[in-house]
Design a protein around this ligand. Sequence first.
Ligand code: C2E
Ligand code: CA
Ligand code: CA
Ligand code: CA
Length: 279
Amino acid sequence: KQLGCNQYSYFTPGIREEAHLRHMLMRDLSNARGQRQFRLYYQPIVDMQSGRMLKAEALLRWLHPEHGLISPDDFLPFAEDSGLIISIGDWVFNEAARQVAQWRTLYVSDFRVSVNVSPAQFQAPSLRPTDWLASLQRLGLPGESVVIEITEKLIMNAAASVGEKLLQFRDAGVRVAVDDFGTGYSSLTYLKKFDIDYIKIDRSFVNNLATNLDDRAVCEAIIMMAHKLGMKVVAEGVETAEQCKLLVEMGCDLGQGYLFSRPLTSERFTELLRGPLAT
Ligand code: C2E
Ligand code: CA
Ligand code: CA
Ligand code: CA
């Protein structure tokens, strides 16, 4: 399989057992938080010009007692359909905040952690920015220590509550990144309206940067536009030195991908923070 293939085991049921497995998965998922089966992995986000590691994206894993490490793509859809995403998302936010507080105290005082928030999760009335902001306050963290990653789909949503919630985060200093940029249909108007801080170029454009001139043009255009609007650009899925070099030449600010590091356990990530990349 290709280089980008993740190493943890996938939960891939055959069609016949699917209904049964789905049922068990839902049952297990509703117990997973209480049983302390969730883990956050952290992937470095690197300053492409200096090589310094400034941030990490928190990526959720489910350590299932029988099926092993399960990828978020394999269980988040269930979590969203059932509403469990709210309590799981609260756990993710609090755990990531706790972790970044420790790292800021011990290693890098301006370190940031980036947390994914899916559209259904963000729009749910039970997701209250004030709760999350109170958690930061309890930990003595400024809003700017956290980035929330939302999708183009969400900012295109006209619902007033979406704008209000984003504003509450923004007012508290929390940074906002638009994830998987280029795959949806968001217009410049929305990026301006919500005062977005970062755009993350989807890895499908980064993949073939070395060979595909169209993808190269898309990346160049996104970077130029983002800079004109005062936003920073993160390239996702940087796997080769050649992709990295091209992105640096285009003036891309930040990079994330297997070239720098795979997502790591918090223990492994802590070792990395003690090393030369962080200084
Ligand atoms: P995403 O936000 O686009 O996260 C980036 C995904 O790309 C991660 O997959 C990461 O492991 C993978 N990746 C990073 N570098 C490379 C690379 O160089 N090459 C390739 N091929 N892949 C790379 P992961 O961890 O399986 O997460 C999948 C998706 O699940 C995430 O996509 C995000 O949308 C969602 N997700 C993860 N954690 C959370 C969470 O805590 N809450 C919510 N709501 N969604 C989450
Ligand atoms: Ca993300
Ligand atoms: Ca992404
Ligand atoms: Ca994605």
